[in-house]
Design a protein around this ligand. Structure first.
Ligand code: PEP
Length: 246
């Protein structure tokens, strides 16, 4: 049995006051939830403060990126040991915005995945195809290639702990969501390459209106939520929708 995970990706949004208000409202909203794990992935400068606020709560927290290097002359980067020192649980690796805007290659993503695991944290490995690739019938080939690069550096066993997020690029921040059947098809394909216990999240315009249908799919083990994670009522409604599909 896989516990569903609903993880927010705040991206580059927020400030200290708005973060406090958002966290307070999310904590109140998820108080009575059962059988769902919730997390927020926040911008680097807020990690320490968020860690303090969430320390004794049921809301886990994570980072949105990490360096593949443990230390050294890498100006502007943040290492996995630094994140681990704060008690960070999750780290997004390979988000499509990092792959597209910052030219992160499959090999770099694989190295980041290894760096996170080496510090005892949980990578959330993001995979997904562009619209052009989907239209060309290459979805499985693309996500398969992204996954193979991670296997080249990491044992399959590492997926006992790691989380995967299938995020079709054409659905991120566009308001266009994969249908539950489209999501399930890719999740089922990924499942054949992963382990029965690996959680595979869906990400891409998940909203309170479509979350339950997506989470009802057999291999959709929760969601990675961008825009809707910035609105406490929406994020908590999505978390409620994940409250078990037995
Ligand atoms: C994301 O940033 O990972 C994401 C899925 O964004 P959105 O929910 O806004 O599409």
């Amino acid at each position: 049995m896989r516990t569903l995970l609903v993880a927010g990706n705040w991206k580059m949004h927020g400030n200290r006051a708005s973060n406090r208000a958002l966290l307070d409202a999310v904590l109140a909203g998820i108080e009575s939830l059962q059988g769902v794990e919730c997390a927020v992935c926040v911008p680097f400068p807020y990690l320490g403060e968020v860690a303090g606020r969430l320390a004794t709560t049921r809301l886990a927290w994570g980072a949105q990126n990490v360096s593949e290097h443990a230390q050294g002359a890498f100006t502007g980067e943040v290492s996995a040991p630094m994140l681990a020192e704060f008690g960070c649980r999750y780290v997004l690796v390979g988000h499509s915005e990092r792959r597209q805007l910052y030219r992160e290659t499959d090999a770099v993503v694989a190295a980041k995945f290894a760096a996170v695991l080496a510090q005892g944290m949980t990578p959330i490995l993001c995979l997904g195809e562009t619209l052009e690739e989907r239209d060309a019938g290459r979805t499985e080939q693309v996500v398969g290639r992204q996954l193979e690069a991670v296997f080249a550096l990491n044992e399959k066993k590492s997926f006992e702990k790691a989380v995967v997020a299938y995020e079709p690029v054409w659905a991120i921040g566009t308001g266009r969501t994969a249908s539950p059947v489209q999501a399930q098809e890719v999740h089922a394909f990924l499942r054949t390459r992963l382990l029965p216990q690996t959680r595979i999240l869906y990400g891409g315009s998940v909203k309170r209106e479509n979350a339950a249908a997506l989470f009802s799919m057999k291999d959709v083990d929760g969601g990675l939520i961008g825009g809707a994670s910035l609105v406490a009522g929406d994020f908590t409604a999505i978390a409620r929708a994940a409250q078990r599909r037995d």
